[in-house]
Design a protein around this ligand. Sequence first.
Ligand code: ARG
Length: 476
Amino acid sequence: MPETEGPTRLWGGRFAGGPADALARLSVSVHFDWRLAPYDIAASRAHARVLAGAGLLDADELGRMLAALDDLESACAAGDFRPTIEDEDVHTALERGLLERLGALGGKLRAGRSRNDQVATDLRLYLRDHARGVAAAVVELADALLEQAGRHIDTPAPGLTHVQHAQPVSFGHWLLAHVQPLLRDLERLRDWDERAAISPLGSGALAGSSLPLDPAAVAKELGFKAPVQNSMDGVADRDFVAEFLFITSLVGVHLSRLGEEVVLWTSTEFGWVILDDAFATGSSIMPQKKNADIAELARGKAGRLIGGLVAVLTMLKGLPLTYDRDMQEDKEPVFDAVDTLQLLLPALAGMISTMTVRVDKLAAAAPVGFSLATEVADWLVRKGVPFRDAHEITGGLVALCAARECELEDVTDDDLKTVSEHLDPSVREVLSVRSALAARTTPGSTGPGPVADQLRTASDKLDGWREWAIERVVPR
Ligand code: ARG
């Protein structure tokens, strides 16, 4: 297929011979940066038009150039044009493709640009595009959580702090507490996208170009808000990579918390949730086992997401301006972060939407561990007892029950009187999980009213993300 002889190195002129094998093997990035090819081609189209506008390509040359880029794009998509290991990187491989199609004319496109501004542009385009794909997968998981939450607005559960029974909550409220961070993550992705929507093309190697280029036109064609203000910053800035990795790390941390809870919920000790067979795994030796591997992988994969962020920040620390080859190390961590989330999120969504919640077990566990003690203290407060005293009195009642190994509602009228003159049998009206939940009517609390409100608001917010999540960044 290649019409040109040997590798299409972009920098051969001043070198006596080819690179040592060890250098070539270290230097090559095409095996991972090839996924930038469609973005590189889109940027090439914009650059070709600008070269024509500057009088550096005539109308016929521009036409042939654009046709060759279209043809190369289809060939890449169909797998008919592939990079070889001789191609140092995606830019080299695509220039070879262009030379194969156009001969000498293919060599004109490199005027006024450098791999330094190209790679920064390509990576921004790739990430802006894939941020939307990640957002779509986050929406899918949030949808699954919302749907389950809708079924369990009125399902009491034992709310935990320190993994100890604390106060009863609605299980719907609990599930929605996993939706809220995802809504913030979606917001983070869109905030990030606003800052990332700046085009480095035109920065050249670092100093801009002496040719009459039009960075604003290129930026516009590629869906960016504006070109960079400073060409040196344009080729050196990888804030957008680090910030993207922070967001994917935080998503990973959120998913790991959900994963850990599902591991607990599905344990025999809790027994609150049963996973669908399609979303659980077995053991090669113990026939009875049903494991929550998806949830565990959610926990485990947070490690590599955080690792990617740390790798990139560490790589960037202390780098002098402008482009340094260290920066080639920015790509694998973000590609891995995108791949990881695109694998993990649909699996989690499927696991959540198909799980069976054991309402009976949750309801039975809700009042256990004196979780209604705060209701007693609040009851005393409503009677005018200072909370400090109410806390002491209720603590005394709990101590009595703990010694007798009974629950709060099991004590006799005489016991109540013995613990405190302020207690009387009417306190029993607050000693039910239902009344504890019903009493919580303030916004954001766990009563059925506020939880239904929260569900509505969260679902409206989520609807607002759907369109953004399927937007195309690079127009054809
Ligand atoms: N493969 C390189 C990277 O990913 C492209 C830029 C190379 N620029 C250079 N001056 N060697 O960073």
